[in-house]
Design a protein around this ligand. Sequence first.
Ligand SMILES: NC(=O)c1ccc[n+]([C@@H]2O[C@H](COP(=O)([O-])OP(=O)(O)OC[C@H]3O[C@@H](n4cnc5c(N)ncnc54)[C@H](O)[C@@H]3O)[C@@H](O)[C@H]2O)c1
Length: 464
Amino acid sequence: MEVDGIVEDMPSTSQVLLPQIAQERFDRLQARTASIGVIGLGYVGLPLSLLFSEAGFKVTGFDIDARKVADLEAGRSYIYRIPSTEIQAARQQGFSATSDFVRLSEQDAIIMCVPTPLTKHREPDLSYVVNTTKSVAPWICEGQLVVLESTTYPGTTDELMIPLLEAGNTQGLKVQCKGLPAEHGVFYVAFSPEREDPGNVTVARRDIPKVVGGHESVATELAATLYEGIFTRSVRVSSTRVAEMTKLLENIYRCVNIALVNELKLLSLRMGVDIWEVIDAASSKPFGFHPFYPGPGLGGHCIPIDPFYLSWKAKEYDFSTRFIELAGEVNEAMPTHVVQSVTEALNQHKKAMNGSRILMLGMAYKKDIDDLRESPSLTVIELLREAGAEVLYNDPYFPTVGRGRRYNLNMTCTPLDHLEQYDCVLIMTDHSDYNYDEIVSQSQLVVDSRNATKGIQSTKIVRC
Ligand SMILES: NC(=O)c1ccc[n+]([C@@H]2O[C@H](COP(=O)([O-])OP(=O)(O)OC[C@H]3O[C@@H](n4cnc5c(N)ncnc54)[C@H](O)[C@@H]3O)[C@@H](O)[C@H]2O)c1
């Protein structure tokens, strides 16, 4: 049962021997009377808190960002797709937000959803996981379940988190290890990756199966029961490492396939073949093909980052993850390709990039969302400015763009009118709100990195 791999016949509850300290928490989780603490109230943690609250659990959100805590306490949302009314409904259900970690000791289960970015040398930055774990450790109680949801390399939960939780625990509690469950003096640890697809309205979040892997079987049982309170189905795996690796496989699969179509797009452009038409045609195959689409570069918190967590860890095993490195190389070159395409398109109009006025449509890294983390638009703005262009932007999801971890733009959204005044309108994000027919008809030149102008015939359009 403890082999690595998805375990179809993982023991059902009746087969797992639960000691009394776990049984009490288990019963409360099953009855949805358990108290749940969610640490990190961002894009993952806040919707997760709301799902638990909606299902009847008593939820407390923890965040070091005092502004987020104040907003939530006042019933205000700071995430575009979450209306404030949902926060207010959760508040009525008993949801509260706090920066006071003392309240962790009241929780039956604690879920950590903190960032896992890369350092400027593109290595895993686990400082958020480390700092959060250190803040959690003093408040851990016997029988509590601690789950990490942040995407990371296999081994993080075992090698990094558990030793910190044990070392910082003033009561001297230890994690339950494989073998006979202890009756006292232990807590439980599991890993369960977040699989949300922001902006995807085709699958309800609760219908996305939740993968859970405990440090041992009691933790798996508790974590699966916890998530079965809000998700239609959980998928139990045999270890935290399998659960950690599952998330990375999913994201590496996307990263590598996007790189493949990005590379084929570059070739198709030279050959005069429409890659989007090719992908549509290939998608008619009812088996063995899943469509991925080219674009101006990777964005978001996951795909541009997570694969490098694995390639970094692989070095410890003298292993080179060549697919990941190659995909990274291809995908990271896409913003430069977009800028070259704008330069060539302006040249066709007898204009230079230096001194041109460019309106960029879309800051978000993908359509219909308010997330610009790692967005290729940020890199493209930088490259266009370096080449001497004046860049303005429009994005219905971002009235302003200020400062982030890696940028300081201080820009304000430009209205979508008088498009004829720009030397080039550059489509970076294919938001559904845009009327592409009107955009093309009003503009002098449109460079389209997303095939947003599909079906529109005009010599003004350059697809890149
Ligand atoms: N955003 C997504 O769609 C998505 C999807 C799948 C997985 N993930 C993963 O989930 C994790 C969280 O991502 P996110 O998008 O929610 O990040 P986020 O930046 O939106 O939110 C993280 C929150 O954690 C808080 N935080 C940081 N340090 C803290 C600490 N020491 N104590 C308490 N709170 C702290 C921050 O203030 C912030 O509110 C990451 O590992 C990410 O890779 C994200």
